[in-house]
Design a protein around this ligand. Structure first.
Ligand code: ATP
Length: 755
């Protein structure tokens, strides 16, 4: 009996079909699975036709309705039909005649190319079918004066890679010859839609400067079939092996699940690298997945939970954790889409703070979480007329005492305890500081409201003292913002051993002032750290612009020790470097390598207004135009730097009859208020995504917000780290946009904005 497979290209098309056409398509797919091959090919309703002249003899078209045509790959051997595209009747044949499918001889995958465009004489012109990005990626150089010598042509893009290496990387002879004529990465990108998909990814990685070996390991390796090579004409096997783009369907329910509206590509079409990480049978200890925004870290974490749940020992349990209630709520919802209910029952999905609170409440039922710790220490300093700036005690408590898990005066007096702090303290001063911190902590304990750091210190102590490891595996998303005390709770909750911790995060997006050394916390990820490099969320135009917010900063690798700028400062401190030029406090470098975007679209829109009312008026106009363009209110989000601005933005939009609701990630689920434009703080959009994002109030005196930045006199390293965290805040807000990004300010723009 024939089998049906569906190519991911069909999915966005399916959304364009009206209900009767969708039903007809479902009926057609049923026939593909029910009728024998000869009956199918001659079925009068389907009108399956070969193309009179086409690049690929296997391609057929078939009728869905009077106005829609399906394009499929019919088997010459084997029995698997691949549904490759759904197009309006007139366009289907025109598209199909240019396409050819081949089995990649190294990767064993089925690839499609625009064979007509690639046969054109030389790759100077952009192929007609290839729909180049709206904005050319390679900016044109200014024209040279007539007297200047003729410009030197850039060397061919792949001059440094031998034919033999290209062949090892799965580049076939036609593409080898073709790519030799390319001279720039922009040109390669323009040709992307015409090139065989996996070979395009290989070429992009090479053009980004990755070595042949690295491309073999990161791009080719995860795609290679486990058992032997796939024969050139074995389309059946190649289709089954191309799980990144193709899904073989077995029953009506599956076809409907895939095609019927609710489909989420991430559930099925994993990038081979994502699949290799999520479904690896065993990591011999903690494993870490990092990668820029939108590279699918959360998706991998969810699939990892699926794998772990499917292989859980009888008495095992899994923790899936993240930062805020909104993030946890979104993980819980997506886990429900990926796992059957009986497996979901084996997973606790809670914030790290809720886990700690639950553990502590088992021993001290009346304990609550305190949210004003900074203010408490400031008041304590004032009340006791202590000789330090008001934030000093809090900073010392958070970044030294609890960050390092120091429990005794002797520990605090240790010469290494304050390594990296730039304000030196004599040992007498340290004693005074320690006693003040201990006294303030005792007061907070007596009031039964514990700061988050103490709550976790207590939770880890309880878990360790009981020797109880609650979870077989702990999976952490948005890991970059956890404080060392929170990591200690997680470490204490997870059994040590294979698959114990799976950590996903990105230090470019670190928006809280925590720096963490996994090694010092007993989380050993050496040899088990993996980068992701394909962005599925954001258009290339938006990501390129957003990347320039953090360009030139050295970003520490997630969980790596930070090499600090200095360990002592001259008395009185040094003048604060300007935020736009301040070197980073993070020393360890993120491994080089860029991220490739699968989407392209218009560039971000930037708007500077004279004052706040004018900025808000322009914002309301922008939101109104998005709504008029058909973007649903729930797919739009507006961010503001502070709670005050957030409330005033929401009120302003409502006053102009626009649907707007304040969104607080600690209280609301992402699914709440979908009929409204969400207005939130920049912190509030962490980990989320929207079709359109407006980032407002990017004004010099709001970003950086200096009252949230440790003064350089108090501690220069912390000052720099705080500035970096605020820069990342802007980066995070901007990279939440899927299609449209609007950034506005009034008066002087923030120094973090790219010039
Ligand atoms: N293999 C895939 N196929 C299709 N879509 C994908 C794939 N992987 C991820 N996505 C989509 O890309 C978007 C970003 O994914 P995800 O949230 O997992 O990225 P992330 O790396 O965790 O992002 P961030 O760090 O910015 O929060 C989501 O819409 C997700 O569904």
């Amino acid at each position: 009996m024939p089998q049906l497979a569906i190519d991911a290209t069909c999915l966005p098309q399916y959304e364009k079909l009206d209900r009767p056409t969708r039903e007809r398509l479902l009926a057609v797919t049923r026939k593909f699975r029910e009728l024998p091959l000869h009956a199918l090919l001659s079925h009068p309703d389907l009108r399956i036709q070969s193309l009179p002249s086409g690049q690929d003899p296997r391609i057929r078209t078939f009728r869905i309705s009077d106005s829609w045509t399906g394009v499929m790959l019919a088997p010459e051997s084997g029995e698997t039909f691949l549904l490759v595209h759904l197009l309006p009747r007139g366009a289907a044949e025109e598209w199909a005649v240019d396409q050819r499918h081949d089995v990649n001889q190294v990767m064993g995958t089925l690839e499609r190319r625009d064979a007509t465009a690639l046969r054109a004489p030389a790759p100077e012109a952009v192929p007609a079918q290839a729909s180049p990005p709206a904005t050319p990626t390679a900016p044109s150089a200014p024209s040279a004066p007539t007297s200047a010598p003729p410009p030197v042509a850039p060397p061919p893009l792949f001059d440094h890679v031998s034919d033999r290496d290209l062949a090892r990387l799965g580049i076939d002879p036609e593409i080898r010859e073709f790519c030799r004529a390319l001279s720039g990465i922009g040109e390669l990108r323009n040709w992307g839609p015409a090139l065989p998909q996996d070979q395009y990814e290989v070429l992009t990685a090479l053009a980004d400067g990755h070595s042949v070996q690295r491309v073999l390991e990161e791009v080719v390796g995860p795609r290679r079939p486990v058992v032997g090579a796939v024969a050139t004409d074995d389309y059946d096997t190649a289709i089954r092996h191309t799980r990144e783009r193709v899904m073989v369907v077995n029953d009506d329910q599956e076809v409907e699940d895939i095609l019927a509206g609710e489909f989420n590509a991430w559930r099925v079409f994993l990038h081979p690298k994502q699949r290799a990480l999520a479904y690896r049978p065993r990591f011999n200890g903690p494993a870490k997945v990092s990668g820029g925004p939108g590279t699918g870290k959360t998706v991998v974490a969810l699939h990892r939970v699926k794998h772990l749940a499917e292989n859980l020992p009888l008495d095992g349990r899994i923790l899936l954790t993240s930062f805020t209630n909104a993030l946890v709520e979104s993980l819980r919802r997506n886990l429900g889409l990926l796992l059957p209910p009986e497996l979901v029952d084996d997973v606790d999905v809670v914030t790290t703070d809720k886990l700690a609170l639950d553990v502590v409440k088992e021993v001290h039922p009346d304990v609550r979480l305190r949210t004003d710790t900074r203010g408490f220490f400031a008041n304590y300093t004032r009340q006791h007329r202590l000789p330090w700036p008001v934030d000093f005690l809090f900073s010392e408590y958070r970044h030294v005492v609890t960050a390092q898990g120091i429990g005794t005066l002797e520990g605090y007096l240790d010469p290494d305890a304050r390594r990296g702090r730039s304000t030196p303290l004599t040992s007498a001063q340290r004693r005074d500081v320690w006693h003040a911190i201990s006294d303030a902590r005792a007061q907070m304990r007596n009031s039964r409201r514990l700061p988050v750091e103490d709550l976790h210190t207590e939770a880890a102590r309880i878990l360790d003292s009981r020797g109880e490891r609650r979870y077989t595996s702990v999976v952490v998303d948005e890991a970059q913002d956890l404080h060392p005390a929170q990591w200690r709770t997680l470490r204490a909750a997870a059994a040590h051993g294979p698959n114990d911790m799976f950590i996903a995060g990105d230090n470019r997006q670190r928006i809280y002032d925590n720096t963490v050394s996994f090694k010092r916390l007993g989380i050993e990820v050496v040899g088990r750290s993996y980068p992701l490099r394909v962005n599925y969320r954001t258009t290339e135009e938006i990501l390129t612009w957003a990347d320039s917010i953090i360009r030139g900063r050295t970003i520490a690798e997630l969980g790596e020790p930070v090499s600090l700028r200095r360990s002592t400062a001259p008395p009185g401190g040094t003048p604060s470097p300007s935020p736009s030029t301040a070197p980073t406090a993070n020393g360890a470098a993120e491994p080089s390598g860029s991220t490739r975007c699968v989407l392209s679209g218009p560039p971000p829109e930037l708007h500077g207004a004279a004052d706040e009312p004018a900025e808000l008026d322009a914002l309301a106009d922008r939101v109104r135009r998005w709504l008029a363009d058909g973007i649903a209110p729930g797919d739009i989000c507006v961010t503001a730097r502070t709670n005050r601005l957030r409330d005033s933005v929401a009120a302003h939009l409502r006053a102009r009859s626009l649907p707007a609701t304040v969104f607080n990630p600690r209280e609301h689920a992402v699914t709440d208020a979908t009929g409204s434009v969400r207005v939130t703080t920049m912190h509030g959009v962490k980990g989320l995504e929207f079709r359109a994002i407006a980032v407002t109030g990017v004004t010099a005196d709001a970003l950086p917000q200096m009252d949230h930045v440790t003064s350089a006199d108090l501690d220069e390293n912390q000052h720099l780290a705080d500035l970096d965290a605020q820069r990342s805040l802007l980066y995070v807000a901007c990279t939440r946009a899927r299609e449209a990004l609007y950034v506005s300010w009034h008066g002087q723009p923030s120094p973090f904005l790219p010039r």
